[in-house]
Design a protein around this ligand. Structure first.
Ligand code: F6R
Length: 598
């Protein structure tokens, strides 16, 4: 979602800001803009559409004497994506200029009050109210002004602010939207996320809610919500810029699929010692109940978790979409372990679901990829997935490492006789995935045949059904092909009416005990004319041959581990369909990587 950068230093400010925005493109956006102080005046340049439009607009801009600036990629919430609604927003007399990520819930009443005070609004955004409010509250003292302003705001925000009277400084503050400060030599930075500043520094500070930071080229100062100066600990980023580059692949998504074996190794290997699972600082006793809460792909990992945990641990598991969990009355208490899953650790619905579970007395164990993110910081225990930066909007290696983390948690508590066998099988998974990636020809062929379809169904039973949900989401989000995932046995209760001559149905068939049932379900759709592609293992091939139009083979593995392997051909299928259609694979329309608004 919206991306923010801020810079104070001697480099060419416009270039630094544009570079930062480029690195935040993955978050999803529909317009971009920057503002900078030049000879004591704030200059703004912004426009709708891709960053390239802004880059072209600024191509011949002279950048001497520019030392501070802010930039923004906007993902529209209030007001359509157009030049005027793009950020930055200027205040009266061009005195203040802000960029904002989040939603100001009380902006209508604030706007009405400001209009009564003589302020004029240009845009339809909720954000513009902030810049006018800063102007209205300004008494020459920036910290006081910012504190007074944020005390009037309801909602979420990460804000970067520049002011004409302080032309060497950038100010920032956050509540529920991510923000970091980067410390350089003779230059300092502000950003929504690490890749934006990784070219310049790996030393960062993570902003907490309602903390204010002021940067100039030589200093960074922090203040708490009472306006008192505070000190904060620096964090050293362990990955370098290369990790957030394409490395020879055509798209980040393809690169990230190829990184799955290594990401899983990094997630599981250090936690398996002498065939025992040791999770750093986490001691788990079987709880009475488990609640898993997440959004999107992370939710789908949670659904796999439910099947797995109930099967192996015999603990009841409820799995919820975070935005639903927040507003229903979940029955959880101190005997429930809540597992929160999030790649970014900043998804606002998931963060609020975490807080709700905590209010009810539940212990929180989170599975998170981004170190130091809000969800990680607010959890009792964190099991990090070491997937590295995931840039493509469509999540791939994050999902497989989330599944790996769920396997670790489950097997740690598992007491069955085959525990050690399962742990050693878990260690083999990266090699099995490498085999799938090595030969993508069948899946490429399937995509070239099916990318023109209007609608594609995914079916499966048990863990295969859980997995199919993810396969279907991947296809929808990057190929824009309508798709639904159905439990094999549920089709005939309605959806089968949509199957007609040639409708593609992708069937995951890896659960030994459910093969016969699934074969019957395939026959049902075949009888209505479906074109059936089956993802399965050698051992089921004979049976499958009779009913499938196309077979994609995956290595033979214990069925409990098949989701993490069988998802790879599904990810690749979505990827190749998107490429065939000429879509923007890494930045699909309307989507954002880190969903920091409700
Ligand atoms: C889909 C995708 C999203 C995210 C969801 C949750 O490919 O990436 O569905 O999984 O927005 O995001 P995180 O995991 O960051 O909480």
């Amino acid at each position: 979602m919206c991306g923010i950068v801020g810079y104070a230093g001697n480099k060419d400010t416009i270039s630094v800001l544009l570079h930062g925005l480029e690195k935040l493109e993955y978050r999803g956006y529909d317009s971009a803009g920057i503002a900078y102080l030049e000879n004591g005046e704030i200059k703004v340049s912004k426009c709708k559409g891709r960053l390239i439009n802004l880059q072209e607009k600024l191509a011949d801009r002279h950048t001497e004497n520019i030392g501070t600036g802010i930039g923004h990629t906007r993902w529209a919430t209030h007001g359509e994506p157009n030049d005027i609604n793009s950020h930055p927003h200027l205040s009266k007399n061009n005195q203040f200029c802000i960029v904002h990520n989040g939603i100001i819930e009380n902006y209508i009443s604030l706007r009405d009050n400001l209009i009564r005070e003589g302020y004029h609004f240009e845009s339809n955004t909720d954000s513009e109210v902030i810049t006018h409010l800063l102007h209205f509250n300004y008494n020459g003292e920036m910290i006081e002004t910012i504190l007074k302003t944020i005390n009037q705001l309801e909602g979420s925000y990460a804000l970067a602010i520049i002011c004409k009277d302080h032309d060497d400084k950038v100010f920032c503050v956050r509540k529920e939207s991510p923000l970091i400060v980067g410390s350089g030599t003779g230059e300092n930075f502000i950003a929504s996320d690490i890749p934006a500043i990784l070219k310049y520094t790996r030393e960062i500070f993570i902003m907490e809610d309602n903390e204010i930071a002021i940067i100039d080229k030589d200093n960074i100062t922090f203040f708490n919500s009472f306006g008192s100066s505070i000190s904060k600990n620096e964090v050293l980023v362990t990955w370098d810029e290369k990790a957030s580059e394409k490395g020879g692949f055509e798209h980040f998504m393809l690169k990230e699929i190829h990184e799955e074996p290594e990401s899983i190794r990094k997630t599981i290997n250090p936690r398996i010692k002498n065939n025992h699972i040791v999770l750093e600082g986490i001691t788990l006793e079987k709880p009475k109940k488990i609640a898993i809460v997440a959004c999107g792909t992370a939710y789908h990992a949670g659904v796999v978790g439910k099947y797995l945990i109930e099967k192996l641990l015999r603990i009841p598991v409820e799995v919820d979409i975070a935005s639903e969990f927040r507003y229903r009355e979940p029955i959880i208490d101190e005997d429930t372990l809540t597992i929160i899953i999030s790649q970014s650790g900043e998804t606002i619905d998931t963060l609020f679901a975490l807080r709700k579970a905590r209010e009810k007395g539940s212990r929180i164990l989170s599975i998170v990829n981004v170190v130091g993110s809000s969800i990680a910081r607010e959890s009792d225990d964190v099991l990090y997935t070491w997937a590295g930066p995931e840039i493509a909007v469509a999540s791939t290696k994050a999902y497989s490492t989330q599944l790996s983390a769920i396997y670790l948690i489950t097997l740690m508590m598992y007491e069955g006789k085959d525990k050690e066998l399962l742990i050693s099988q878990l260690k083999d998974i990266p090699d099995q995935i490498s085999k799938v990636i090595k030969d993508m020809s069948a899946i490429q062929k399937a995509s070239s045949l099916l990318f023109g379809s209007k609608s594609i169904f995914f079916i499966g039973r048990g863990l295969d059904y859980a997995l199919s949900m993810e396969g279907s989401l991947k296809l929808k989000e990057i190929s824009y092909i309508h798709s639904e995932a159905y439990a094999g046995g549920e089709l005939k209760h309605g959806t089968i009416a949509l199957i007609e001559e040639g409708t593609p149905v992708i069937c995951s068939l890896t659960q030994h005990d459910l093969i016969d049932k699934m074969i019957s379900n395939i026959r049902e759709v075949k009888a209505r004319g479906a074109y059936v592609m089956v993802i399965t293992q050698e051992s089921h091939c004979e049976q499958v041959k009779e009913v499938a139009d196309m077979i994609v083979m995956i290595p033979e593995v214990n069925p409990v581990f098949s989701p993490v392997i069988a998802v790879v051909p599904m990810q690749l299928f979505a990827y190749f369909c998107s490429v065939e259609k000429g879509n923007d694979v890494d930045k699909p329309r309307n989507l954002a990587k880190s969903v920091t608004v409700e």
